[in-house]
Design a protein around this ligand. Structure first.
Ligand code: ADP
Ligand code: G6P
Length: 740
């Protein structure tokens, strides 16, 4: 799809919140506008462009209740100019998915407040299910949508379900909150699942480059994926994911013109106003702000009775204990500080615990002398931008927390560390006493930038990027191998273990055709010829077969998934229980062959066999595999899925992992880990046994598609990348070894 086409096609947005929230009022269910930055940003976009918004109406329906619009699964325009597709949730789903995993786990963790985060298995399970539900509604509503655009931390798994149902669709994701650094993110017990969910998208967007880099770090270190930090791309099997920083903006002209028109606020003209506007949330730093204001009144008595802190706080998530606790704390603080500084006619803190109508809000933004925006952490913060847009009269001053995303671009604001009360107090003093020419210059620059980088600019930037296909990453560079391996190998001998099919060779339609590519041959020969490197082939093929494919005597062969091992420097190994099973293989072969549909065939390998169904017509494959598994089990063998094949193995608890350990112990003795460094490269789940066993003991690589989890440390896209790895290993400098 071209960029122009992508812009014309309707978009489908999915977010937890719809632009309105349904409440139980005296006249039944009623709609009210939703609070928060996400809705403030997206609502004007959909109103202008049209499209569909998939989201939760904000209420758990009781038995027999119906939504005051559309209906579950039905779309309605609702006079909004775009369609609504509601996702209905039960009370317990709301508790576990929304109050629970979204707001008690992800919200605090992603704001780097991990001590507030609860990790509950059952909340996670519901989060998963609800994400699937959102994906189903999105699929039903997708129609001609050129892009499915998913928003925010409530829906980080939905892309995975969407990818399965809408394989060819473009999927974009935008996170409206920070993405935390690796050592915070990794505390989440389900961190890898979350990353995999996001990697089902084509484009993953964040507010600022720092969050994008945190995400890349996590993907690299937790999933072993290859990332390019400069172009912000991720290699994820055969797909390439683009990451980007798209700082969100506001509907600047709308705020600015409303500010011109709004009547003066009742507060204007009496005392000077320092304004705070937030959802009541512990990330917003409201208590710290009050304490800093108290400090201002202590240190600068000239402001007493001259300045008020007007704090608007919209009630938010009040069913979560931490929010209730915060409300209590704020009430207490307001009482205490006002008790200390109030005069007969004036309280220094005026605190409104409610949402205020837009025209009143805009007037307050315009008439305030200082906006005090001091979150302890904030993805972006739209209040800072709205304040600037409304400064159409005497210019006020913006004081902003350094750890709000907005402070990265709003450079002309005065920035503070919100935990530093003295600094904040002094900065507010500076703002209150700033000369007009300085205020005007600072505000003019802030306004210019926000007018230019408004919400439309944000949408366009995201949609343009989502419409472009990112080029694949290209093969790993020497630098990548150096990062992964050089410190690990240092001055040690290398024990290199390589799977064959899918690792050294691409997968082909018949194993006999999988001859060693020239580049693999070159790399393998060069590695095997080095005196500080021992090469082992670990393959599901029969011993004679893999030996013939490689054709070298100086390497080790762990064939038949490691049941038969031969190599230089140790006794050949054949698992002692194998003779018992060998006699049954011909009967099993016969039974499988009798039931095999056209195109399927059986590869006999003395002690094991493989039932191949790659050439069976696609609609018959899963039935063929199922029948093969049944027969294999009936004959007392273990069935294991391989690539378009089912393996039959003797049930003797032996696998590639045990085989590797056997080679290491036989060849280098029980203290092998002091003598050699192990690298293992494989491509399917028979190699996972080795990856798991070697976790922490070796550097491991999984090759190929990325749709399955892996215990390997790194991923390589395809066999050609393995050839590059061999080339790097072959050419690495040789040093005196620790021990030879
Ligand atoms: P968050 O998304 O965390 O709530 P933002 O600052 O990005 O924080 O967005 C808050 C949005 O909520 C802004 O658009 C702001 O105008 C609106 N808002 C905040 N407090 C109030 C209030 N008391 N009354 C009305 N709107 C409010
Ligand atoms: C932040 C989140 C939004 C959320 C909003 C209000 O802006 O990023 O996703 O909608 O807060 O919170 P609520 O829990 O009421 O939806």
């Amino acid at each position: 799809m071209s960029e122009a086409e992508a812009h014309e096609r309707p978009i489908l947005i999915a977010s937890n919140r719809l632009p309105f929230t349904v409440h139980r009022g005296p006249r039944g269910l009623e709609r009210k506008p939703s609070a928060g930055g996400l809705v403030s940003a997206l609502e004007p976009v959909l109103r202008k462009r049209g499209g569909t918004w998939v989201g939760w109406p904000g209420i758990a329906l009781r038995k027999g209740e119906r939504l005051p619009f559309g209906g579950p699964g039905r779309l309605g325009r609702e006079g909004l100019g775009y369609e609504i597709a509601p996702v209905v949730l039960s009370e317990s789903e709301v508790n576990r998915y929304y109050h629970g995993f979204s707001n008690r786990t992800l919200w605090p963790l992603f704001h780097s407040m991990h001590e507030r985060a609860a990790f509950e298995r059952r909340d996670w399970d519901t989060y998963r299910l609800v994400n699937e539900r959102f994906a189903e509604v999105a699929v039903e509503s997708a129609g001609r949508a050129g892009l499915v655009w998913i928003h925010d931390y409530h829906l980080m798994l939905a892309p995975a379900s969407l990818r399965q149902s809408l394989d060819g669709a473009r999927i974009g994701f935008f996170l409206h909150i920070p993405f935390p650094p690796y050592d915070v993110f990794r505390l989440l017990p389900w961190d890898r699942e979350i990353l995999r969910g996001l990697l089902s998208c084509d484009l993953v967007g964040f507010h600022v480059p720092g969050y994008a880099q945190n995400f890349l770090d996590c993907v690299e270190r937790r999933l072993g994926a290859r990332v390019d930090r400069r172009s912000l791309r991720i290699e994820w099997g055969d797909r390439t994911i683009q990451v980007g920083a798209f700082p969100i903006g506001i509907d600047f002209d709308a705020f600015s013109s409303q500010a011109h028109e709004a009547p003066p606020s009742p507060e204007a003209g009496r005392e000077r106003i320092v304004l705070g506007v937030d959802r009541l949330d512990y990330t917003k730093g409201i208590p710290e702000r009050f304490l800093a204001f108290e400090r201002l009144l202590e240190r600068h008595p000239e402001h007493r009775e001259q300045v008020v802190l007007l704090q608007l706080a919209v009630p938010s998530r009040s069913q979560v204990a931490a929010y209730k606790e915060l409300k209590r704390r704020i009430d207490e603080l307001v009482g205490r500080i006002n008790g200390r500084f109030a005069s007969a006619s004036l309280s220094p803190i005026r605190y409104l615990y409610r949402s205020v109508p837009q025209d009143r809000l805009v007037a307050l933004y315009r008439d305030a002398d200082v906006a005090l925006v001091t979150p302890l952490r904030d993805g972006m913060n739209l209040v800072a931008k709205e304040f600037a847009a409304c400064q159409v009269g005497d210019p006020g001053v913006l004081v902003i927390s350094e750890v709000a995303g907005a402070s990265e671009t709003m450079r002309e604001a005065l920035s503070v560390n919100p935990y530093n009360l003295d600094e904040t107090a002094e900065t507010v003093h500076r703002a209150l006493t700033m000369e007009e020419d300085e205020r005007a210059s600072r505000m003019a620059s802030l306004r210019r930038r926000e007018r230019r980088y408004n919400v439309e600019h944000w949408v366009k930037g995201f949609l343009d990027a989502a419409g472009r296909k990112s080029p694949a990453l290209g093969l790993p560079l020497r630098q990548d191998f150096e990062n992964w391996l050089e410190p690990f190998l240092a001055r040690y001998r290398l024990a290199l273990f390589l799977d064959y099919d899918g690792t050294l060779t691409p997968i082909v339609d018949h194993p006999a055709k999988a001859t060693l590519p020239e580049a693999a041959r070159r790399g393998l020969d060069a590695c095997a010829s080095r005196s500080d490197t021992d090469v082992s082939l670990v393959s599901g093929r029969a011993l004679a077969d893999i030996r013939a494919m490689i054709g070298r005597d100086d390497v080790t062969y762990a064939a038949n998934h490691g049941l038969e091992i031969e190599g230089p420097g140790f006794e050949p190994f054949l698992h002692e229980d194998l003779p018992h099973y060998r006699g049954r293989i011909p009967d099993l072969t016969r039974a499988l062959t009798e039931h095999a549909p056209e195109g399927a065939w059986v590869e006999e390998k003395s002690y094991t066999l493989t039932f191949h169904f790659r050439q069976v017509r696609s609609e018959g494959r899963s039935r063929a595999a199922e029948a093969a598994r049944r027969i294999i089990n009936k004959f007392g063998f273990q069935a294991r899925d391989a690539k378009m094949a089912v393996e039959a193995r003797p049930p003797i608890g032996w696998d590639k992992g045990r085989a590797v350990l056997h080679v290491l112990r036989s060849r280098y003795g029980p203290s092998w880990s002091e003598r050699v460094r192990v690298v293992y490269v494989g491509d399917d789940h028979t190699d996972e046994d080795a990856f798991r066993l070697l976790e922490g003991l070796a550097v491991t690589f999984r090759v190929g598609r990325a749709d399955e989890p892996t215990a390997a440390a790194h991923r390589l896209g395809r066999a050609e990348a393995v050839h590059e790895l061999l080339d790097w290993l072959a050419r690495r400098p040789s040093h005196d070894l620790h021990e030879s």
